[in-house]
Design a protein around this ligand. Structure first.
Ligand code: 13P
Length: 255
């Protein structure tokens, strides 16, 4: 049985005061929820402060990026040890914005992933096709190749600890969500691929989130799909009422 996991990716949004207001509302409303794993991923500069606000709550803390090397002359970068040091548990890797804007490749994501797993953090590895790729009927090929490249060389244990997020690029920040059937098709295919690359038992255990314009409207249908195990939420995770509603709906889903 996989536990649903809802994470909020704040991206480069909110300042100290607005994030504190949001967190106060989330903590107040979500305290009784234990059927769903919950996390927020704020910008790196606020992680340390937010870790203190979330201490003892049921809301986990994640970063949006990390570098693979342990320390040294890497201006602007942050290490896994630093994330652990400030109380992070999760880290998003290979988000499509990092791939498209900052040129991250599957090979770099793979390097970061290995460092994250060795450090004992839980990675959330993102994959997803562009609109052009979907329209050319290349979705499964593209997502398959991102999974093969990003997950290459992982041990069975490490694969089991890795969270994946299928985020079709055309659905991110556009208000266009994949239909439950479109998302389920890709999630099922990713799970099949994991069974081949690793083992059927490992494939059954891996959490695969859906991301891309997840909103309270329609989220229950998406999360009810057999191979969809949660959501990676962007815009709606910045609005307390919307993020709370998504998590409350997730908590009611029985699979
Ligand atoms: P939106 O929910 O704003 O479409 O963002 C999705 C996303 O990129 C989460 O990582």
């Amino acid at each position: 049985m996989r536990k649903l996991f809802i994470a909020g990716n704040w991206k480069m949004n909110l300042l100290r005061s607005s994030s504190q207001e949001l967190l106060a509302k989330l903590k107040g409303s979500l305290a009784a929820i234990d059927q769903v794993d919950i996390a927020v991923c704020p910008p790196a500069v606020y992680l340390s402060d937010i870790a203190q606000v979330l201490a003892g709550s049921n809301i986990g803390l994640g970063a949006q990026n990390v570098y693979s090397q342990p320390e040294g002359a890497f201006t602007g970068e942050v290490s896994c040890a630093m994330l652990l040091d400030v109380g992070c548990r999760y880290v998003i890797l290979g988000h499509s914005e990092r791939r498209a804007i900052f040129g991250e490749t599957d090979a770099l994501v793979n390097e970061k992933l290995k460092a994250v797993l060795a450090a004992g953090l839980t990675p959330i590895v993102c994959v997803g096709e562009t609109l052009q790729e979907r329209e050319a009927a290349r979705t499964l090929e593209v997502v398959g190749s991102q999974c093969r490249g990003s997950l290459a060389g992982l041990s069975l244990d490490h694969m089991e600890q890795t969270v994946l997020a299928y985020e079709p690029v055309w659905a991110i920040g556009t208000g266009k969500t994949a239909t439950p059937a479109q998302a389920e098709e890709v999630h099922a295919e990713i799970r099949n691929l994991l069974a081949t690359m690793f083992s059927p038992a490992v494939a059954q255990k891996v959490i695969i989130q859906y991301g891309g314009s997840v909103k309270p409207d329609g989220v229950a249908d998406i999360l009810s799909q057999p191979n969809i195990d949660g959501g990676l939420v962007g815009g709606a995770s910045l609005k307390a009422d919307q993020f709370i509603s998504i998590i409350e709906q997730a908590a009611k889903i029985k699979k």
